[in-house]
Design a protein around this ligand. Structure first.
Ligand SMILES: Nc1ncnc2c1ncn2[C@@H]1O[C@H](COP(=O)(O)OP(=O)(O)OP(=O)(O)O)[C@@H](O)[C@H]1O
Ligand SMILES: [Mg+2]
Length: 369
């Protein structure tokens, strides 16, 4: 396959590996068994827990723009073999820089490097915003490795409303949408970079995030790692009100922070701040911090690039378990030190958005007698 020049975009992350097989559109069905065999072979490689091989085609995207993913007839009774609703003609598309309908603010949680805890941070920040009384949504923009459904315990496919928009399921007060809710794990997805970007812009656009009467205060986007097509599309096409950059203290991750910051600066997205995740491990006996990867590097890089430092999240076994179990600590264990850190960071982010008059405070109930 590699010799035939079909293999593209090999990506290796901790425990995960994947690549794309680029074939002619008419050969897609033909290559499905090849894809499955390649995925099975990849999964047998020691250290790979999750393998994904994606069939892509260099031909034009289908008119829906979204991958031809597997169908669930219940969720999309009239949609043929494509899940996503057809874009309505009257609605403006995200071609120009804009926000999805009825969404006040959009922020991205990003990192240059994979596996630093972006999704953990995005999910917990969203849950923290919900606790603070904001109407909050979470978009999982990691189309190749979606993790939001698992982290929020979501399994059901979203329904499609009468206006043909996806109705986002709510978990822990957070309205969440992910490609992972639409595509069965291991299902063949047929998209290449621009198609993945278009899938994401549809997830932004064709989801009933809010309504005229009840707009969403804040949409948090869990970005895929890196600075590729998908990230650029988002940063360029969506009017992001800010970006939160997540890093671990390791030098290799910090180099990527600089890259991430540079990308957002290029697209004039304000950097809301940098978070140092896995900053230290509290000694179980004494509570003293053990600095496994060193500590304070992200604070230093933040200062260097003139971005605010938002705080540290310790390595916390309960935090990882909660993520795996689909119950974010910020919602289910608000007294834990990790949850307190997320709540404090969410408060800080909300302040920064308010400072720029970007985020309205949640409505206060005034009793008049
Ligand atoms: N502070 C932490 N303490 C303990 N475990 C953590 C912490 N932060 C993240 N993890 C764990 O590390 C793993 C990777 O985290 P996560 O999936 O959030 O990273 P990511 O940056 O979104 O990864 P990817 O680049 O693959 O999208 C997960 O198993 C998560 O539970
Ligand atoms: Mg992730």
């Amino acid at each position: 396959m590699a010799a035939a020049g079909l293999v593209h975009g090999l990506a290796v992350r901790p425990g995960r590996a994947g690549f794309m097989l680029e074939v002619a559109a008419e050969d897609v069905t033909l290559y499905n068994p090849v894809r499955a065999a390649a995925e099975a072979a990849l999964a047998r490689v020691p250290g790979v827990d999750q393998a994904q091989v994606v069939l892509t085609t260099a031909d034009a995207a289908p008119s829906h723009g979204v991958a031809a993913y597997n169908v669930n007839p219940r969720a999309a009774p009239n949609a043929g073999h494509v899940h996503a609703p057809a874009p309505s003609k009257s609605r403006p598309t995200l071609g120009a820089t804009m926000k999805p309908a009825h969404v006040r603010q959009v922020i991205a949680v990003a990192s240059g490097k994979g596996g630093v805890g972006k999704s953990t941070v995005a999910v917990n920040l969203a849950a923290a915003f919900a606790q603070m009384g904001y109407a909050v949504g979470l978009l999982d923009a990691d189309v190749y490795g979606p993790s939001v459904p698992r982290m929020l315990g979501l399994v059901d496919e979203p329904e499609i409303g009468p206006d043909k928009k996806l109705i986002p399921p709510t978990a822990f007060g957070v309205k969440a949408v992910s490609i992972g809710l639409l595509v069965k794990e291991g299902a063949p997805m047929i998209w290449r970079g621009p198609m993945a970007s278009s899938a994401i812009t549809q997830l932004l656009n064709d989801v009933a995030w809010g309504s005229e009467a009840e707009p969403l205060d804040l949409l948090v986007i869990d970005m895929p790692p890196g600075t590729g097509d998908v990230q650029l599309t988002l940063a360029q096409k969506v009017r992001l009100d800010g970006a939160v950059i997540v890093s671990t203290p390791q030098e290799v991750a910090l180099i990527d922070v600089r890259r991430g910051v540079a990308m957002f600066q290029k697209t004039a997205t304000p950097i809301l701040g940098v978070i140092e995740n896995m900053a230290y491990f509290p000694d179980p006996a004494t509570g003293e911090p053990i600095e496994i990867f060193g500590r304070g590097g992200a604070r230093g890089v933040a200062a260097e690039v003139g971005a605010p430092f938002l705080g540290e999240i310790p390595i916390d076994i309960a935090l990882r378990k909660a993520g795996d179990a689909g119950a974010p600590v910020a919602a289910v264990a608000p007294d834990s030190s990790a949850a307190k850190a997320f709540l404090a960071i969410a408060a800080e982010v909300a302040e920064r958005l308010k400072d720029k008059s970007l985020l309205k405070p949640p409505p206060r109930i005034v009793v008049v007698d």
